[in-house]
Design a binder for this molecule. Structure first.
Ligand SMILES: Cc1ncc(COP(=O)(O)O)c(C=O)c1O
Length: 391
């Protein structure tokens, strides 16, 4: 018999009832160290007092009004994003998938308004942009699209890291290039700064719009507010979600005035996007992340975690391969099935996330403490030691 919840997830037999910072508790009081943070969602940890305050204060005033009216919290959050990024304008969504939908629509509308037949969007193997029909077509993997055809047309997947293929495909009839600066689900694969700079130049030469998917790698995760800032280039359109809501469902599409030119009244909308509750939390997240001390602390924590992981790779070469990633978006290429590492980590009361390419992902809250990093490293050491006994 089909379960009451549609069985699209293979869930671990774990259920949490409380959270605080980097910790989660099960009903029986067992405490787990959360190095997954809801897959890069709980950027400020669980139950951050300032976010609880922002949410409950707004909840006591007003939950929902239609986008037919001005929403002050939305205005406030949009201004914070515009003031702190390349963007001139923002549309709020409820998820990364919805941000993908709008990014694709916006790019195509841009060319349609210009009267040009440019609809093709270049994407990359190993990408993950969400689960809607457009997002699975963009990623294009057999695993995601099988059985869900007909697949939305107009996406061409290129090999990750193949600069020649990209140059050949990026002709002047391409509408846009859509890429994650760091592939998350694909296995923490980092696009080198020089490649992102070259891609920006190629887009400028052909006029193609550059769409960055920073749903997972954005919002402070790499030690700058957005990952592309390390390369010193800016996109035309950017997808955001996950960390921006700190655990409350919220996403956004950020764009330049030029890229957004086609999106006039009536061309797009959302019932809940930019809802007062979500934006109250999102604005508070942005305020905290733009405090002077926030990103330097993320970089310090990232250095500490990375150094510890390199040490684990050196001491457990049978279990761990290389360390990948940037900031607090780190992965360890596993020499045993990554899923087994995740299972063993449960036994150490440690939450990690598997990724493609047999990688174990670590995406802790960005405000994780040094002691918590040390505890995570100790637990990973114990995971590797336990597995060494059976390998
Ligand atoms: C890079 C990236 N884009 C898009 C998405 C889709 O986001 P959501 O699950 O919020 O729809 C994800 C989710 O994991 C992601 O990692």
């Amino acid at each position: 018999m089909i379960p009451a919840i549609l069985p699209t997830y293979n869930r671990a037999p774990l259920s949490f009832v409380n959270g605080e910072g980097a910790w989660l508790w099960t009903e029986d009081g067992t405490r787990y160290l959360d190095m997954g943070a809801g897959i890069a969602v709980n950027a400020l940890g669980h139950a951050h007092p300032a976010l609880v305050e922002a949410l409950t204060e707004q909840a006591g005033k007003l939950w929902h009004v239609s986008n037919l009216y001005d929403i002050p919290n939305q205005q406030r959050l949009a201004q914070l994003l515009v003031d702190n990024t390349f963007a001139d304008t923002v549309f709020f969504t409820n998820s990364g998938t919805e941000s993908c939908e709008l990014a694709v629509k916006m790019a195509r509308k841009y060319w349609s308004e210009k009267g040009e037949d440019r609809t093709t969007i270049l994407t990359f193997e190993g990408a993950f942009h969400g689960r809607s029909s457009a997002a699975i077509a963009a990623a294009g993997s057999e695993k995601m699209i099988k059985g869900f055809g007909p697949v939305l047309q107009g996406f061409v997947q290129l090999r990750w890291g193949d600069a020649d293929a990209l140059r050949a495909a990026l002709t002047d009839d391409v509408a846009a290039v859509l890429i994650e600066p760091i592939q998350g689900e694909g296995g923490i694969r980092v696009m080198p700064d020089a490649d992102l700079q070259a891609l920006r130049e190629m887009c400028d030469e052909t006029g193609a719009l550059l769409i960055l998917d920073e749903v997972q790698c954005g919002m402070g995760r790499t030690g700058l507010l957005f990952a592309h800032e390390w390369a010193g280039v800016t996109p035309d359109i950017m997808m955001v979600a996950k960390g921006i809501g700190g655990g409350f469902p919220l996403g956004a599409v950020l764009a330049t005035e030029n890229a957004a030119a086609g999106m006039t009244a009536g061309t797009h909308g959302s019932t809940y996007g930019g809802n007062p509750l979500a934006c109250a939390v999102g604005a508070r997240v942005m305020e905290l992340m733009t405090e002077d001390s926030f990103l330097p602390r993320v970089n310090a924590a990232a250095g500490r975690l990375r150094q510890g992981l390199e040490g684990l790779v050196a001491s457990h070469p049978q279990i761990f391969g290389e360390v990948r990633g940037a900031g607090l978006m780190l992965g360890i290429k596993a020499r045993v099935p990554a899923a087994e590492l995740v299972q063993q980590a449960y036994a150490q009361h440690l939450l990690t996330v598997p990724a493609g390419d047999n990688v174990l992902r670590l995406l802790p809250p960005l405000n994780i403490t040094d002691d918590e990093i040390a505890a995570a490293l100790d637990r990973l050491d114990a995971v590797a030691t336990a597995l060494e006994r059976v390998v």
